[in-house]
Design a protein around this ligand. Structure first.
Ligand code: APR
Length: 251
């Protein structure tokens, strides 16, 4: 978890990631022209009200995404692998705060990770709140492995209108960090889109956006690198590991 005791010679890094980092692994983003919200309405598939109104439709939406996420041809890409290398080789703490619900960061080797929007490969029981690893479809015929209730399993995913996870630890890490990186996110959804402002208010950390194109919050970042994540993220990590934090300054 977040180590508020980051020191000068062990500067900590917080990395926010979004769907853009998984795009080159074959997983769809949300707001690109071919994104998920171009094909589904949020209010039909990603709110507690939608689940209460038509649980099978919501379960079906996430079952399709889960099948995609565990497909044989979906693997971490060079950007995921570069972030795992940074965590292993950087002298201070590296925390990934991901909005993504896939498991590509874990499969790349990242350990210090907060899934603030939940995890597609876990099921949560609405009766006993038990959490269970789940790689198959979730249906109303499934029984909770813990309490045995039928039809009470939902994806362990944060829906619109629900509270994101880990916000206290994320806030501590943002306040302590010397570098905040934002990768592959459009900067449309709060609280994640506001993290850069929280960091800037303290005036201590460098802020860098790494994205295919300028995000909604692009002007809030001091530095930026634009291009496909699998190109720009490994190059940026190499710079940090060879030249330290100053590598972030060379736009
Ligand atoms: N490399 C880097 N960035 C990319 C790439 C790529 N190959 N492809 C797309 N992008 C960028 C897009 O330009 C866009 O800015 O990734 C961003 C994806 O934005 P969104 O689709 O809005 O995804 P994200 O920001 O993660 O959405 C945040 O919104 O719907 C909710 O819960 C959902 O976690 C999600 C949240």
């Amino acid at each position: 978890m977040a180590d508020a005791g980051a020191t000068e010679d062990q500067p900590s890094i917080v990395i926010l990631t979004g769907a853009g980092i998984s795009k080159e692994s074959g997983l769809a983003t949300f707001r690109d022209a071919d994104g998920i919200w171009a094909r589904y309405r949020i209010e039909d598939v990603a709110t507690p009200e939608a689940y209460a109104r038509d649980p099978e439709r919501v379960l079906g939406f996430y079952n399709a995404r889960r099948r995609g996420a565990v497909a044989d041809d979906v693997h971490p890409n060079a950007a995921h692998l570069a972030l795992a290398r940074l965590e292993a080789d950087w002298p201070g703490e590296v925390l990934i705060v991901t909005q993504n619900i896939d498991d590509l960061h874990e499969r790349a080797g990242s350990k210090n990770l907060i899934h603030m929007h939940g995890e597609l490969l876990k099921a949560r029981c609405t009766a006993c709140t038990g959490l269970h690893p789940w790689r198959d479809d979730i249906t109303l015929d499934d029984a909770c492995p813990a309490c045995g209730s039928l039809g009470t399993l939902r994806p362990h995913v944060v829906w619109f209108g629900e509270m994101p996870l880990g916000l206290d630890d994320i806030g501590m890490a943002l306040d302590a960090c010397a570098l905040f990186m934002s990768i592959g996110t459009s900067g449309n959804v709060y609280p994640a889109a506001g993290f850069v402002q929280q960091v800037r208010r303290l005036g201590r950390a460098r802020t860098v956006e790494l994205n295919l194109e300028p995000s909604e919050g692009a002007t809030l970042f001091e530095h930026a690198r634009y291009g496909p994540a699998s190109d720009i993220v490994p190059a940026f990590v190499e710079g940090l590991l060879t030249r330290g934090l100053a590598a972030a300054d060379g736009d």
